[in-house]
Design a protein around this ligand. Structure first.
Ligand code: B4P
Length: 193
């Protein structure tokens, strides 16, 4: 199995690049943001429990996300590998993921970290807010809260995987195709190694 984490702040292009990467490498896409939004759309108890937190730009509790990812991994036994998008977002989530994968006899091969300036992140998210139904993209205060959650809790995830030499930084600004090529180059180098 080849498992990768696409990492970066909100609006850095994780969702955008994930779509392309799963098509090229045949990986199973696991986006915790998408899974949570599906729960909200389905008005499930889990969805109702996280709705307000997400609307405020706060992270949802680790236990909820870890349980959701555990179930998703269990439900996808015959895959080439997973592309984790928006997960892990805390060190506790990273440690839980490492354990879950170890139980399956596999591990994270690479963490691709997209780097984008804060000014560009805000511009992109507000722009998406104008054209999508993502309520967390409409309000600049909520966007600032998401970026602050990233800095306080999520940036540490890169430090966790750096200890194992697994992090590669990619400039996430510019043309979407060019960024995709840079990501593929890192993956291909890792796959050959
Ligand atoms: P997510 O769904 O993960 O959303 P996101 O990080 O805010 O952004 P996304 O990755 O989708 O956007 P992208 O950069 O692709 O999280 C939403 C919320 O869910 C969180 O705030 C949290 O509450 C909760 N949550 C999710 N996972 C969690 C977890 N593990 N633990 C706790 N809580 C969790 O794209 C943004 C925009 O940029 C798009 O419009 C795109 O078109 C544009 N774009 C992309 N690349 C571009 C480029 N190169 N140039 C110009 N524009 C570009």
């Amino acid at each position: 199995m080849f498992n990768l984490i696409l990492f970066g702040p909100p609006g850095s292009g994780k969702g955008t690049q994930s779509e392309r990467l799963i098509a090229k490498y045949g990986l199973k896409h696991l986006s915790t943001g998408d899974l949570l939004r599906n729960e909200i759309a389905g008005q499930t108890p889990l969805g109702m429990a996280v709705k307000n937190l997400m609307a405020e730009g706060k992270l949802v509790p680790d236990e909820i996300v870890i349980e959701m990812i555990d179930a998703a991994i269990e439900n996808n036994t015959r895959v080439n590998g997973f592309l984790f998008d928006g997960f892990p977002r805390t060190t506790a989530q990273a440690e839980a993921l490492d354990k879950l994968l170890a139980q399956k006899g596999t591990e994270i091969a690479i963490v691709l970290a997209l780097q984008v300036s804060q000014e560009e992140l805000i511009k992109r998210l507000l722009n998406r807010g104008r054209t999508s139904d993502r309520s967390d993209d409409v309000n600049e205060e909520v966007i600032a809260a998401r970026i602050s959650e990233y800095e306080k809790k999520t940036a540490a995830v890169a430090e966790h995987y750096k200890k194992f030499g697994k992090v590669e930084y990619i400039k996430g600004e510019g043309n979407v195709d060019d960024i995709f090529d840079l990501l593929c180059k890192e993956i291909d180098e890792k796959k050959v190694a």
